[in-house]
Each structure stands twice: as C-alpha cells, then as structure tokens.
Design a protein around this ligand. Sequence first.
Ligand code: NAD
Length: 435
Amino acid sequence: MQSVPPSESRPSKLPNAEKYEFFKVIQGYLDQAAKLVDLPAHVRAILAQPKNEIIVNFPVLMDNGEYRVFKGYRIQHSNILGPYKGGMRYHESAGLDDFKALAAMMTWKCALMGLPYGGAKGGIKFNPRDVSRKELSRITRRFFHSLGNNIGPDYDIPAPDVGTNAQTMAWALDTYMNTVGLVSKQDVQGVVTGKPVASGGTLGREKATGQGLVHCVIQWAKRNRFDLKGKKLMVQGFGNVGGNAAVLLSHLGVSLVAVGDHTGYLHNPEGFNAHRLQQYVAKSGSIAGYANGTQITREQFFGAAADIFIPAALENQIGPGEAEALQVQLVAEGANGPCSPEGEAVLKHRNIPVLPDVLANAGGVTVSYYEWVQNKRSESWPLEEVDEKLERAMVDAYDRMQQFAELHKCDYRIACYGVALERLKKVYEEREIFP
Ligand code: NAD
C-alpha cells in the first residue's frame, strides 16, 4: 500500500459529525426495545431523560500563572437499580449531548449485566494532551472538588473513559478522601473505580473492557463456527480498550493488520506485534512514528483486508460510507456508539453482524463492580478469580442477548436494550413511583 504524508493520514471527522445527535440515536434504540417489552409509557418517559444534569465551571491555575475556567459535566441518568455508575471523559469534542447518551447507555449496560448500578457519565470538554501533568492533576482535583457530594461511594461512582486512566482516578480518590472527615477516609475508597491497584484498584481492571470484548468475540466465533486462529484484525483507537483487545486476541492467533488513533492510521499486512505497539503507545502517547507499518488514510483503513473490526475510539465513526467500505465479517464495538444508525443499516444489509457496545464493552463496568465490592469488604481478589467471574458474567449476558434476539427476532443491539428494559420494567412495577 502506498505511503501518504502524515497530514493526509490524520483521522477526519465524518461529514455529518457536527449534526450528529447521539442522545437522539440512543432514544431511538430505547423506543424500539420499549415496544418489544411493552414498557409502560410512564417508565419510557422517565428513562428517556437523565434524572440529573450537573454542570460545573471551575477555575484552574495553569503553569503560566494564569487562570483558566473549565466546564465539567456529570449526567446521572438512572439510579433505580443502584448508585449511578459511569466513566469520566476528557475530550475536546465532548459535550452535554454526548454525556446524556453515554449516561443512558450505562443504565442499559448495568441492567443487562445484572449489576446493582444505575447509569451516569461525565467529564470535561478539553484536550488532556494540551496540558502538563501538573495541570492535569489540578484540573482533575478541581473538577472532583467542584462535584462535591454529587458523587460518593454509594451514590455516584466515576471510572476512567477516553482521555482518563488509573492515574486520573488516583487524583480523584485523593481529592474526595481529603474532603471527608479523618475517620471516614477508608470507607470512601470505592468512590471511584479503575484506580491503580496499590490505591485500592483491582487486578484485571486495566484490561477488563478489552477482555470482556474478547469473550464476546469468542462466543460469537463458537456459535458461528468461525475459527479465530489466523484471522486478521483492524482496530480504530489504540488506547485502553483497543490496545488490550488487540493484545488478548493476538494470544488467540488473531493478527492486527491495521490500526488507527487520533494521529492517523497504519497498515501492516504481515501483522503488528500488538504487545510491542501497546508498549510504544504507553511511552509515546500515540501510534505516530511506529516503525513497523505503512501510513494509510482513514479511507484506506476502512477498506483494509481484515476479518474482524474493533472500533475502540469514539462514537459516530462508522457511517454508510465506512460501512460500505469494510471488508470484515464481524464488527465488535469496543467504543460506545461507533456505528451511526445509517452505518449500521448498511452493515445489516451486507450481513455483517455487530456485537453491540452495551454488551461488548461491558467488561469494564463489570470488573469495576468487583473492585467496588472488594473495597467494601477490604479484600483483594487474585487475578484468576476476577478473570473467571468476568468470563462467566460475559457469557451469561451473551446468552441473555441471544435468547432475546431469537425470541423477538431483533438484532443484537435491540436485544441488549430489551433485556435491560425488562429488568428495569420489573423494578418499576414492583416499587412503583414515589410517593
Ligand atoms: P483511551 O483514551 O484509552 O483511548 C482512546 C483511543 O481513541 C486513543 O487511541 C485515541 O488516540 C483514539 N482516538 C481519539 N480520537 C480519535 C479519532 N478522532 N479518530 C481515531 N482515533 C481516535 O480511551 P478508552 O478508555 O480506550 O475508550 C475508548 C472507547 O471505549 C470509548 O468509546 C469509551 O467510551 C469506550 N469504553 C471504555 C471503557 C474503559 O474501561 N476504558 C469501558 C467501556 C467503554
């Protein structure tokens, strides 16, 4: 494949990106599934909107001595099943509409997985790569301080997402701990999950989302007599989810042949060493400059010869054009909402199955739950125990999705929403609406 200059290889946004209404898309899926489970109109109306939309503006002292005011969000969609739960995203394009969509998806995800959590999402609209480490620490601390009692270990429990990681959670934990009285410090360790292990995190959380995704791919492969060995993989977004999924799939004989991130796209038909690429990205922050691949354009990336595609970057990446270009036999959604409805319609027409985000990336929140339980009990589980529990949870959820899809003759995405809504519907029927 021809090499292209770096500027041309940079990812471009989809033409409709400005107009993309992510929350409306999610509401559309909710409506489709609501019909299948006869969701009462008032429950549909409650779940169609988040319960709380929190916006905080807070000043941060920057390294140059000036103050900059940041806008932070925490959208709490539902807590009918348990405390609000969901990641914190730092990204220059993240806004209220995205957080509302992502918060709702957390409600469906936790309900599908049978976790005692509701859904939330939040973050800050800025590019974390534009600030120093010290500034990042101060921004995080001021953000979590501004949120005050809007989060808490039994109320709303953040975790990492795009642009945040275990270090972010360590700063968040430290900030929160310093706002409670001296005696309560250890009681609040579960206020965030995805922490570094030494600070109360769990073994297995770092790779959990990628691991859960791989369990789903294995389930799909088993049920469709698809031999994973020797298959080719393409991954968009080589961060926590994409990187770990690629490494874990490489252990099953699946080779990474095309990869992209915010700096551009690379191709290697012989296969990248996913583990080495992950180490490279950990050091340099992106795939840019990695020697063992040829630079390609975003368009070339989507048309690459491969068997499995894992989108693991952002929402709205697979529109009709990308869906038409893809040569793969399976799309496994690591990212939340990577397929637009129009893109998904093309994939459906071309008989390319999609393992939907609500299930496929639920490994992260599932292991976050294990972390939270360990914090509550002052326990540290061995990695094998976490891994075993996660595998069982993913396989069970896959079964629930499959059964719903067969019974209602719907696609996997609507099946995931359907299973989630059945659980929520039952709880609303039992508890009714206060007062
Ligand atoms: P991350 O910050 O670790 O990695 C994000 C990756 O996406 C990076 O490689 C970045 O370069 C790339 N990217 C950003 N903008 C891009 C663009 N315009 N084009 C191409 N690539 C781009 O984030 P992550 O935690 O791996 O999250 C990725 C996706 O997975 C998100 O949709 C997130 O909501 C979802 N997710 C994450 C978790 C988790 O546990 N981290 C859990 C469930 C779902």
